[in-house]
Design a protein around this ligand. Structure first.
Ligand code: T46
Length: 134
């Protein structure tokens, strides 16, 4: 996979006088069936989340509250994406090194991954990631 496979995904929405409702439906907004969800919040501004790649896992990152920046890296090119709109998630395919940084104090991101948690499919060693993407 390469940075060309990283893309924005517009969620479904229903906005009316009662407020805002957003949704992601498999096949319509999500390219995989969801076996797990998790969210990250309360990240100090000088701390990073991620800093690894995934052998097989894909996921969508949704900035439900506040803002944060995803740095995506395919081993050859690096690109930054500012997540600032809860109506839009960022799709990260497998074999992309990612860091999430610069959370605003209120920042909460919801992660929609394609697999259950499996430490064996993480690539936490940067040298190994570079070997695999060479
Ligand atoms: C990713 C970024 C954006 C679990 O037990 N179950 C889970 O579903 C998750 C996500 C984590 N954990 C355990 C594994 C570690 O012992 O929680 C601990 C911290 O996880 P990690 O250091 O991987 O957290 P992040 O924020 O660096 O990475 C997470 C995801 O793991 C990763 O897939 O892309 O968020």
């Amino acid at each position: 996979m390469s940075l060309a496979d990283v893309r924005w995904i517009d969620l479904g929405s229903h906005l009316d006088a009662r407020g805002e409702l957003y949704f992601a439906e498999v096949g319509k907004h999500l390219p995989f069936v969801l076996p797990r969800v998790y969210f990250i919040r309360n990240v100090p501004n000088d701390k990073l989340r991620g800093t690894h790649g995934h052998r097989t896992l894909e996921q969508v990152v949704v900035p439900v509250v506040g803002q944060m920046t995803v740095v995506a890296d395919d081993g050859k090119n690096v690109r930054e994406y500012r997540l600032d709109n809860p109506a839009r998630g960022l799709f990260l395919p497998k074999m992309i090194w990612r860091e999430i940084k610069d959370f605003t104090p209120d920042g909460v991101c919801l992660l929609l991954p394609s697999e259950k948690y499996d430490e064996a499919e993480y690539i936490r060693d940067r040298a190994e990631f570079e070997r695999l993407t060479r």
